[in-house]
Design a binder for this molecule. Structure first.
Ligand code: ATP
Ligand code: MG
Length: 474
């Protein structure tokens, strides 16, 4: 069987021509072959040759254009360039051997089979020859095609060795199983359970890179459950496991917050590709275990879990070496506000409550509403319907108020400088108090959203606090 028709990208013919001229044989190998066969989009093309990958890269690039920029990484023996939307990487076939105490393998030149053997899974070890007597034939020494048909993730050699050599591969196994909707082969799975403790030697950045790919899948819950079952999740995100279980007192139980969280995560992942929104879903109830109380009259409460949860977001992000920037603040904000829309409809949807929410959520209001709707996981369809009707009301109100007051990204029409100038005072807490009081008056609709009205109210607030007007505000 030949695979010529799968290789429609023009790069393959060019590599073949360059390899012929150099007297080498070139292969396309790894993830891109897997994806060609599974008809998945992949723009990272890996080319292997038995010989110098750098030389082959340069010769191929020369056929495209003398000006094409080739990035050469001499230390790794690789070279790479961009061509027609694809990153094309060239490497000489190599053999890797690991010693137990280091993740850095000893690398030597090797055969194509050596190169396939160093790859993590059978479905990632496929190669297609691009020239020579076996042109367009598939080279599949570990039955990757069979595993692909059976939808199985399996290591080409002894899994204990594969995972111990590079423990990141355990995360990759779960990631591929989730992305492709495959199962991990039992022997491979048991080996991950045995080797999960080795994840400690992998950097948090690399773990999170894989985890984020799991969160980017259509049904992340499947991957998260697998990470739990094979003992990996507890190594980097034990807080999520704390959500597990139902406690009962006097016959009253609460919902299992782990299963609930997974449902919310799936609800979001189905309708959004924003991985930070999925993180917000994953962490929205993260403080429930630490805020859980049983109150005899009312049952279980998780009072303040959104506030404590928002604080936990920054410590979790910090520990996992995740961004400490607007992404983290975004997740924090959504966790902190996730009860607000529903609280809002429990009484009556007042203009001032909506205005306040719009002010606090700002541009993230749509994501917050999405999170809140995803958070509805009741089994009771009447209850679900009631919630959605309420959210629809909130959304209507949001549009109405947004049009009227333009509160998204709202900046108060005065600032601390005005307070300091008017009352001739140095920076101090009282300035913040006055500012808050005036902003609240605007958000509550007590005064108009104008500079004039704000300054007037600012003076009133200052006088109430015993300050004296020294300069007239301008
Ligand atoms: P994706 O691009 O979606 O991350 P991929 O399979 O293409 O998936 P890459 O990281 O791009 O993964 O790597 C390309 C190929 O290199 C893989 O298919 C695999 O053959 C090999 N590979 C990558 N990482 C490892 C690893 N940690 N251990 C062994 N082989 C690996
Ligand atoms: Mg890739």
């Amino acid at each position: 069987m030949t695979f010529e028709s799968q290789l429609s990208h023009p790069i393959y013919k060019l590599v073949a021509q360059a390899a012929d001229e150099l007297g080498l044989t070139a292969y396309v190998v790894g993830g891109v072959v897997r994806d060609l066969l599974l008809r998945r989009h992949n723009t990272d093309i890996d080319i292997v040759t038995v010989g110098s990958g750098i030389q082959l890269a340069k010769a191929t690039a020369a056929l495209i254009s003398p000006d094409l920029n080739v990035n050469v990484y001499k230390n790794f023996g690789t070279a790479q360039f961009r061509y027609k939307e694809c990153e094309v990487e060239f490497v000489g076939a190599r053999k890797e051997s690991y010693s137990h105490d280091s993740r850095k393998p000893v690398v030597e030149d090797g055969t194509l089979e050596d190169d396939q053997l160093r790859r993590d899974f059978t479905i990632n070890a496929l190669a297609i020859a691009l020239n020579g007597e076996h042109q367009y034939e598939l080279i599949d020494p570990f039955n990757g095609i069979e595993d692909m048909k059976r939808k199985i993730i399996r290591t080409p050699c002894d899994p204990d060795k594969t995972f111990s050599d590079d423990p990141l591969r355990m995360m990759r196994a779960v990631r591929f199983a989730t992305q492709l909707n495959f199962d991990i082969y039992p022997e491979t799975f048991e080996s991950i359970q045995r080797n999960a403790y080795r994840l400690d030697i992998i950097s948090k950045e690399r773990i999170i890179e894989e985890f984020n790919k799991i969160l980017g899948c259509i049904r992340p819950s499947r991957g998260i459950k697998m990470l739990d079952e094979c003992g990996l999740l507890i190594k980097f995100l034990p807080e999520v496991l704390e959500l597990k279980g139902v406690e009962r007192i006097n016959g009253k139980g609460h919902k299992d917050n782990y299963l609930h969280t997974l449902e919310v995560v799936d609800n979001i992942a189905m309708s959004s590709t924003n991985v930070w929104l999925v993180w917000a879903a994953l962490l929205h109830d993260i403080a429930k275990p630490v805020t859980k109380r049983f109150v005899p009259e009312t049952g279980w409460t998780f009072h303040g879990h959104e506030v404590v949860g928002a604080k936990m977001v920054s410590s979790i992000f910090h520990r996992l070496r995740m961004p400490n920037n607007e992404k983290m603040k975004y997740v924090q904000k959504l966790v902190g506000l996730h009860l607000r829309p529903i609280a809002l409809v429990e009484d009556e949807v007042t203009d001032s409550a909506v205005r306040r929410l719009l002010f606090e959520a700002s541009d993230d209001i749509d994501d917050l509403m999405m999170l809140c709707e995803a958070d509805v996981t009741s089994k009771n369809s009447a209850k679900i319907q009631r919630c959605f009707n309420n959210f629809a009301k909130v959304r209507e109100k949001l549009v109405e108020i947004e049009e009227k007051d333009k509160l998204r990204n709202w900046r108060p029409p005065f600032d601390g400088e005005d307070v300091m100038h008017t009352f001739d005072i140095a920076p101090s807490r009282v300035i913040g108090d006055i500012k808050d009081a005036v902003c609240n008056a605007i958000l509550d609709g007590e005064i108009e959203n104008s500079r004039e009205a704000a300054l007037k109210r600012m003076i009133e607030e200052g006088l109430k606090l015993g300050l004296t007007v020294v300069n007239q505000p301008q």
